[in-house]
Design a protein around this ligand. Structure first.
Ligand SMILES: [Mn+2]
Length: 348
Protein backbone atom coordinates (compact mmCIF):
# COMPACT_ATOMS: atom_id res chain seq x y z
CA UNK A 1 0.00 0.00 0.00
CA UNK A 2 1.36 3.39 -0.97
CA UNK A 3 0.07 6.40 0.98
CA UNK A 4 -0.65 9.46 -1.13
CA UNK A 5 -2.14 12.91 -0.65
CA UNK A 6 -4.15 15.04 -3.04
CA UNK A 7 -2.45 18.28 -4.05
CA UNK A 8 -4.13 20.95 -6.17
CA UNK A 9 -0.98 22.55 -7.50
CA UNK A 10 0.60 25.91 -6.83
CA UNK A 11 -2.71 27.51 -5.78
CA UNK A 12 -3.27 24.88 -3.05
CA UNK A 13 -2.86 26.40 0.44
CA UNK A 14 -1.46 22.99 1.45
CA UNK A 15 2.15 22.94 0.27
CA UNK A 16 4.36 20.09 -0.83
CA UNK A 17 6.61 20.97 2.13
CA UNK A 18 3.59 20.31 4.37
CA UNK A 19 2.76 17.04 2.64
CA UNK A 20 6.28 15.59 2.78
CA UNK A 21 6.30 15.92 6.58
CA UNK A 22 3.34 13.56 7.01
CA UNK A 23 4.88 10.24 8.10
CA UNK A 24 5.13 7.51 5.46
CA UNK A 25 3.88 9.76 2.67
CA UNK A 26 4.87 8.27 -0.68
CA UNK A 27 3.53 10.71 -3.21
CA UNK A 28 0.99 13.19 -4.43
CA UNK A 29 -2.22 12.79 -6.35
CA UNK A 30 -2.52 15.70 -8.73
CA UNK A 31 -3.35 16.87 -12.24
CA UNK A 32 -2.75 19.64 -14.73
CA UNK A 33 -5.57 22.01 -13.86
CA UNK A 34 -5.00 24.73 -16.43
CA UNK A 35 -6.16 22.89 -19.56
CA UNK A 36 -9.84 22.83 -20.65
CA UNK A 37 -11.60 19.45 -20.47
CA UNK A 38 -10.93 17.34 -23.56
CA UNK A 39 -7.65 18.94 -24.58
CA UNK A 40 -4.14 17.53 -24.50
CA UNK A 41 -2.04 18.40 -21.46
CA UNK A 42 1.29 20.10 -22.17
CA UNK A 43 4.33 17.91 -21.64
CA UNK A 44 6.02 20.73 -19.77
CA UNK A 45 3.02 21.20 -17.48
CA UNK A 46 3.03 17.49 -16.68
CA UNK A 47 6.78 17.40 -16.05
CA UNK A 48 6.49 20.43 -13.81
CA UNK A 49 4.09 18.58 -11.47
CA UNK A 50 6.43 15.58 -11.37
CA UNK A 51 9.51 17.76 -10.81
CA UNK A 52 7.90 19.77 -8.03
CA UNK A 53 6.95 16.53 -6.30
CA UNK A 54 10.44 15.07 -6.77
CA UNK A 55 12.07 18.18 -5.31
CA UNK A 56 10.11 17.42 -2.15
CA UNK A 57 10.93 13.74 -2.04
CA UNK A 58 7.48 12.77 -3.32
CA UNK A 59 6.40 10.65 -6.28
CA UNK A 60 3.77 11.63 -8.83
CA UNK A 61 2.26 8.27 -9.76
CA UNK A 62 -1.47 8.98 -9.49
CA UNK A 63 -3.52 11.47 -11.47
CA UNK A 64 -6.90 12.67 -10.27
CA UNK A 65 -8.51 13.28 -12.57
CA UNK A 66 -8.20 13.27 -16.30
CA UNK A 67 -11.75 14.51 -16.87
CA UNK A 68 -13.89 12.81 -19.50
CA UNK A 69 -15.50 15.29 -21.91
CA UNK A 70 -19.31 15.36 -21.92
CA UNK A 71 -19.36 14.54 -25.67
CA UNK A 72 -17.76 11.16 -24.84
CA UNK A 73 -20.43 10.46 -22.22
CA UNK A 74 -23.10 11.60 -24.68
CA UNK A 75 -21.65 9.48 -27.49
CA UNK A 76 -21.46 12.37 -29.96
CA UNK A 77 -19.43 12.07 -33.20
CA UNK A 78 -16.83 14.43 -31.74
CA UNK A 79 -15.96 11.75 -29.18
CA UNK A 80 -13.36 10.08 -31.41
CA UNK A 81 -11.01 13.02 -31.43
CA UNK A 82 -11.61 13.59 -27.70
CA UNK A 83 -10.79 9.94 -26.97
CA UNK A 84 -7.62 10.31 -29.06
CA UNK A 85 -6.71 13.28 -26.88
CA UNK A 86 -7.40 11.26 -23.76
CA UNK A 87 -5.09 8.50 -25.06
CA UNK A 88 -2.38 11.05 -25.74
CA UNK A 89 -2.69 12.25 -22.13
CA UNK A 90 -2.25 8.66 -20.94
CA UNK A 91 0.96 8.37 -23.01
CA UNK A 92 2.31 11.68 -21.76
CA UNK A 93 1.51 10.89 -18.12
CA UNK A 94 3.08 7.47 -18.41
CA UNK A 95 6.26 9.12 -19.71
CA UNK A 96 6.78 10.85 -16.33
CA UNK A 97 6.03 7.74 -14.27
CA UNK A 98 2.26 7.97 -13.68
CA UNK A 99 0.83 4.50 -12.96
CA UNK A 100 -2.80 5.19 -12.14
CA UNK A 101 -5.44 7.54 -13.54
CA UNK A 102 -8.56 8.24 -11.52
CA UNK A 103 -11.56 9.44 -13.52
CA UNK A 104 -15.33 9.36 -13.35
CA UNK A 105 -18.23 8.98 -15.76
CA UNK A 106 -20.82 11.19 -14.05
CA UNK A 107 -22.90 13.31 -16.45
CA UNK A 108 -22.76 17.10 -15.98
CA UNK A 109 -22.31 17.28 -12.23
CA UNK A 110 -19.40 15.91 -10.31
CA UNK A 111 -19.71 15.19 -6.57
CA UNK A 112 -22.58 16.93 -4.83
CA UNK A 113 -23.09 18.19 -1.30
CA UNK A 114 -25.74 20.41 0.23
CA UNK A 115 -23.42 22.04 2.77
CA UNK A 116 -19.68 22.62 2.67
CA UNK A 117 -19.40 23.79 6.25
CA UNK A 118 -21.78 21.77 8.37
CA UNK A 119 -20.95 22.57 11.97
CA UNK A 120 -20.17 19.45 13.99
CA UNK A 121 -20.64 19.17 17.78
CA UNK A 122 -16.88 19.43 18.41
CA UNK A 123 -16.70 22.83 16.69
CA UNK A 124 -15.14 21.54 13.49
CA UNK A 125 -16.99 21.64 10.19
CA UNK A 126 -17.39 19.20 7.35
CA UNK A 127 -19.13 18.54 4.05
CA UNK A 128 -22.62 17.13 4.32
CA UNK A 129 -25.41 15.94 2.05
CA UNK A 130 -29.15 16.21 2.50
CA UNK A 131 -31.19 14.76 -0.35
CA UNK A 132 -34.26 16.95 0.29
CA UNK A 133 -32.18 20.12 0.06
CA UNK A 134 -30.53 19.02 -3.16
CA UNK A 135 -33.80 17.90 -4.77
CA UNK A 136 -35.51 21.17 -3.85
CA UNK A 137 -33.16 22.97 -6.23
CA UNK A 138 -33.74 23.30 -9.92
CA UNK A 139 -30.31 23.42 -11.50
CA UNK A 140 -31.71 25.32 -14.48
CA UNK A 141 -33.53 27.99 -12.51
CA UNK A 142 -31.82 28.26 -9.20
CA UNK A 143 -29.44 31.08 -8.54
CA UNK A 144 -27.84 28.82 -6.02
CA UNK A 145 -24.99 26.62 -6.94
CA UNK A 146 -23.78 23.53 -5.22
CA UNK A 147 -20.23 22.43 -4.62
CA UNK A 148 -19.15 20.08 -7.35
CA UNK A 149 -20.98 22.03 -10.02
CA UNK A 150 -18.83 23.22 -12.82
CA UNK A 151 -19.12 26.97 -12.40
CA UNK A 152 -17.90 27.46 -15.96
CA UNK A 153 -21.33 26.52 -17.36
CA UNK A 154 -23.50 29.47 -18.16
CA UNK A 155 -27.19 29.05 -17.48
CA UNK A 156 -27.83 28.62 -21.22
CA UNK A 157 -24.91 26.23 -21.58
CA UNK A 158 -26.23 24.13 -18.72
CA UNK A 159 -29.76 24.11 -20.16
CA UNK A 160 -28.42 22.97 -23.54
CA UNK A 161 -26.30 20.27 -21.93
CA UNK A 162 -29.13 18.94 -19.77
CA UNK A 163 -31.27 18.90 -22.92
CA UNK A 164 -28.71 16.71 -24.69
CA UNK A 165 -28.89 14.23 -21.83
CA UNK A 166 -32.68 13.95 -22.04
CA UNK A 167 -32.33 11.02 -24.46
CA UNK A 168 -29.47 9.34 -22.57
CA UNK A 169 -30.76 6.40 -20.57
CA UNK A 170 -28.59 4.38 -18.21
CA UNK A 171 -28.26 1.77 -20.94
CA UNK A 172 -27.07 4.36 -23.45
CA UNK A 173 -24.57 5.73 -20.93
CA UNK A 174 -23.23 2.19 -20.46
CA UNK A 175 -22.83 1.86 -24.24
CA UNK A 176 -20.91 5.11 -24.34
CA UNK A 177 -18.77 3.97 -21.43
CA UNK A 178 -18.01 0.70 -23.24
CA UNK A 179 -17.01 2.56 -26.41
CA UNK A 180 -14.68 4.77 -24.38
CA UNK A 181 -13.03 2.14 -22.21
CA UNK A 182 -12.50 -0.33 -25.06
CA UNK A 183 -10.48 2.34 -26.88
CA UNK A 184 -8.54 3.37 -23.78
CA UNK A 185 -7.51 -0.04 -22.45
CA UNK A 186 -5.11 -0.99 -25.28
CA UNK A 187 -3.24 2.29 -24.75
CA UNK A 188 -3.06 1.56 -21.01
CA UNK A 189 -1.60 -1.86 -21.81
CA UNK A 190 1.12 -0.27 -23.93
CA UNK A 191 1.87 2.39 -21.33
CA UNK A 192 1.57 0.31 -18.14
CA UNK A 193 -1.09 2.63 -16.74
CA UNK A 194 -4.16 1.56 -14.78
CA UNK A 195 -7.51 3.31 -15.16
CA UNK A 196 -9.41 3.66 -11.86
CA UNK A 197 -13.00 4.81 -12.18
CA UNK A 198 -14.41 6.70 -9.21
CA UNK A 199 -17.93 5.78 -8.11
CA UNK A 200 -20.69 8.32 -8.56
CA UNK A 201 -21.01 10.54 -5.52
CA UNK A 202 -23.58 10.21 -4.11
CA UNK A 203 -24.26 6.80 -5.71
CA UNK A 204 -27.73 7.52 -7.08
CA UNK A 205 -29.26 9.51 -9.94
CA UNK A 206 -29.56 13.27 -9.53
CA UNK A 207 -31.83 15.71 -11.42
CA UNK A 208 -32.97 12.99 -13.81
CA UNK A 209 -29.44 12.36 -15.05
CA UNK A 210 -28.33 8.74 -15.22
CA UNK A 211 -25.57 7.56 -12.91
CA UNK A 212 -24.10 4.13 -13.49
CA UNK A 213 -21.16 3.49 -11.14
CA UNK A 214 -23.02 2.95 -7.91
CA UNK A 215 -22.09 -0.42 -6.41
CA UNK A 216 -21.27 -4.09 -6.95
CA UNK A 217 -23.64 -4.62 -9.89
CA UNK A 218 -21.99 -1.71 -11.71
CA UNK A 219 -18.57 -3.25 -11.25
CA UNK A 220 -19.79 -6.61 -12.53
CA UNK A 221 -21.22 -4.92 -15.59
CA UNK A 222 -18.07 -2.90 -16.14
CA UNK A 223 -15.87 -5.99 -16.07
CA UNK A 224 -18.22 -7.81 -18.38
CA UNK A 225 -17.60 -5.03 -20.89
CA UNK A 226 -13.83 -5.34 -20.55
CA UNK A 227 -12.13 -7.57 -18.01
CA UNK A 228 -8.62 -6.20 -18.43
CA UNK A 229 -7.15 -5.27 -15.07
CA UNK A 230 -6.42 -1.90 -16.69
CA UNK A 231 -10.16 -1.31 -16.46
CA UNK A 232 -10.08 -0.93 -12.70
CA UNK A 233 -11.59 1.14 -9.95
CA UNK A 234 -11.03 3.77 -7.31
CA UNK A 235 -12.67 2.29 -4.24
CA UNK A 236 -14.11 5.33 -2.47
CA UNK A 237 -15.43 4.26 0.94
CA UNK A 238 -17.40 7.46 1.50
CA UNK A 239 -19.09 7.55 -1.90
CA UNK A 240 -20.13 3.90 -1.92
CA UNK A 241 -20.90 3.96 1.80
CA UNK A 242 -23.50 6.72 1.38
CA UNK A 243 -25.83 3.94 0.23
CA UNK A 244 -26.19 1.51 3.15
CA UNK A 245 -27.07 -1.22 0.60
CA UNK A 246 -23.44 -1.21 -0.50
CA UNK A 247 -21.45 -3.84 1.38
CA UNK A 248 -17.97 -2.52 0.63
CA UNK A 249 -16.18 -5.45 2.28
CA UNK A 250 -18.08 -7.77 -0.03
CA UNK A 251 -17.27 -5.58 -3.05
CA UNK A 252 -13.55 -5.96 -2.26
CA UNK A 253 -13.94 -9.75 -2.07
CA UNK A 254 -16.14 -10.07 -5.13
CA UNK A 255 -14.22 -7.96 -7.59
CA UNK A 256 -10.76 -8.65 -6.18
CA UNK A 257 -7.83 -6.38 -5.47
CA UNK A 258 -6.32 -6.82 -8.91
CA UNK A 259 -8.99 -4.40 -10.10
CA UNK A 260 -8.63 -1.99 -7.16
CA UNK A 261 -5.84 0.40 -8.05
CA UNK A 262 -6.67 3.31 -5.81
CA UNK A 263 -8.49 3.68 -2.50
CA UNK A 264 -10.16 6.81 -1.18
CA UNK A 265 -10.40 6.13 2.53
CA UNK A 266 -13.01 8.35 4.15
CA UNK A 267 -15.60 7.90 6.83
CA UNK A 268 -19.12 9.29 6.75
CA UNK A 269 -21.88 9.27 9.30
CA UNK A 270 -25.27 8.40 7.85
CA UNK A 271 -27.73 10.76 9.52
CA UNK A 272 -30.95 9.77 7.73
CA UNK A 273 -32.21 8.35 4.47
CA UNK A 274 -29.93 9.74 1.79
CA UNK A 275 -28.41 12.10 4.34
CA UNK A 276 -24.86 11.99 5.61
CA UNK A 277 -22.08 14.10 6.99
CA UNK A 278 -18.38 13.51 6.52
CA UNK A 279 -16.67 12.54 9.75
CA UNK A 280 -13.17 12.02 11.06
CA UNK A 281 -11.49 8.90 9.69
CA UNK A 282 -11.58 6.47 12.68
CA UNK A 283 -14.29 3.80 12.49
CA UNK A 284 -16.10 4.93 15.63
CA UNK A 285 -16.50 8.46 14.29
CA UNK A 286 -18.79 7.39 11.44
CA UNK A 287 -20.76 4.55 9.88
CA UNK A 288 -17.89 2.82 8.08
CA UNK A 289 -15.71 0.13 9.65
CA UNK A 290 -12.31 1.24 8.36
CA UNK A 291 -10.50 -1.64 10.06
CA UNK A 292 -12.70 -4.24 8.37
CA UNK A 293 -12.17 -2.62 4.96
CA UNK A 294 -8.40 -2.32 5.26
CA UNK A 295 -8.29 -5.90 6.53
CA UNK A 296 -10.24 -7.06 3.48
CA UNK A 297 -7.86 -5.14 1.22
CA UNK A 298 -4.86 -6.70 2.92
CA UNK A 299 -6.36 -10.19 2.67
CA UNK A 300 -6.93 -9.60 -1.04
CA UNK A 301 -3.29 -8.64 -1.57
CA UNK A 302 -3.92 -4.94 -2.22
CA UNK A 303 -0.72 -3.18 -3.27
CA UNK A 304 -2.09 -0.05 -4.91
CA UNK A 305 -2.39 3.57 -3.86
CA UNK A 306 -4.48 4.93 -1.02
CA UNK A 307 -5.21 8.43 0.16
CA UNK A 308 -7.13 9.93 3.02
CA UNK A 309 -10.17 11.37 1.31
CA UNK A 310 -11.95 14.50 2.47
CA UNK A 311 -11.22 15.76 5.94
CA UNK A 312 -13.05 18.08 8.30
CA UNK A 313 -11.81 21.60 8.86
CA UNK A 314 -10.25 21.63 12.32
CA UNK A 315 -8.04 23.88 14.45
CA UNK A 316 -9.33 26.98 12.65
CA UNK A 317 -7.93 25.97 9.29
CA UNK A 318 -9.47 27.58 6.23
CA UNK A 319 -9.04 26.58 2.61
CA UNK A 320 -10.43 24.22 0.02
CA UNK A 321 -13.51 22.48 1.45
CA UNK A 322 -12.70 18.89 2.35
CA UNK A 323 -9.05 19.33 1.46
CA UNK A 324 -7.43 20.98 4.44
CA UNK A 325 -4.12 19.72 5.76
CA UNK A 326 -4.76 18.85 9.40
CA UNK A 327 -7.62 16.38 9.38
CA UNK A 328 -6.40 14.63 6.26
CA UNK A 329 -2.95 14.28 7.85
CA UNK A 330 -4.57 12.77 10.95
CA UNK A 331 -6.51 10.44 8.66
CA UNK A 332 -3.37 9.42 6.84
CA UNK A 333 -1.53 8.52 10.04
CA UNK A 334 -4.56 6.64 11.35
CA UNK A 335 -4.69 4.58 8.14
CA UNK A 336 -0.94 3.92 8.27
CA UNK A 337 -1.33 2.72 11.87
CA UNK A 338 -4.24 0.46 11.04
CA UNK A 339 -2.30 -1.02 8.14
CA UNK A 340 0.79 -1.67 10.27
CA UNK A 341 -1.31 -3.44 12.88
CA UNK A 342 -2.99 -5.57 10.20
CA UNK A 343 0.30 -6.51 8.51
CA UNK A 344 2.10 -7.32 11.77
CA UNK A 345 -0.90 -9.20 13.15
CA UNK A 346 -0.98 -11.28 10.00
CA UNK A 347 2.73 -12.06 10.15
CA UNK A 348 2.57 -13.34 13.74
MN1 LIG B 1 -13.60 9.75 -3.38
Amino acid sequence: MKMTFRWYGASDPVTLENIRQIPKMSGIVSAVYSVPVGEIWGEQDISEVANQAARNGLLFEVVESVPVHEDIKLGLPSRDILIDNFCENIRRLSAVGVKCICYNFMPVFDWLRSDLKKKLPDGSNALSYDDATVLSLDPLKSELSLPGWDESYTKDGLTALMEKYSSITEEKLWENFAYFINKIVPVCEQCDVNMAIHPDDPPWGIFGLPRIITGLESYRKMLKINDSTRNGITLCFGSLGADPQNDIENIIKEIGCKYIHFVHARNIKITGERCFEESAHPSDCGSIDMYALLKALHAGGFDGFIRPDHGRMIWGETGRAGYGLYDRALGSVYLTGLWEAIVKGYEQ
